[in-house]
Design a binder for this molecule. Sequence first.
Ligand code: DAT
Ligand code: MG
Length: 151
Amino acid sequence: MAVERSFVMVKPDGVQRGLVGEIISRLERRGLKLVAARFMAVSRELAEKHYEVHRGKPFFEGLIRFITSGPVMAMVWEGPNAIEVIRSTMGTTNPVQAGPGTIRGDLAVDIGRNLVHGSDGPDTAEKEIALWFRPEDIVEYGRAADPWVVE
Ligand code: DAT
Ligand code: MG
């Protein structure tokens, strides 16, 4: 069981709809640990770097406009297998297919307004965390409940 870190962002639709607390709460209740957070406006430059892999796709321009359209809650979450745990908590990219009980399956209906980002693998997690945070922004700490979350 590998302890991992994942970059998670509540996108502008989540902020505008008042779902920041709901999304954080779901990750907290899962047992994951918040180790960095930054409520911020996103520049076009940062958005394009973050979504570089999608450059050239038909939805790229709309995606960049959306992500820069309002503030986001950028975070780093830590835990055993955090990357996969967060992806499954989020649900599939298209909320139409996302299962009930997932963030996107419960709270979203449109692929272009799917509320939340989570890193899709260890390499992207490392890159995204370095893009959005400085090393000193990550807080290392223990929680009394940790032994009740992980054996
Ligand atoms: P995910 O956010 O689940 O990692 P992704 O990396 O494939 O999904 O795409 C990034 C975002 O781009 C996604 O959250 C929503 C948007 N997107 C992806 N595919 C799209 C499509 N076919 N039409 C519109 N938006 C799309
Ligand atoms: Mg992705």
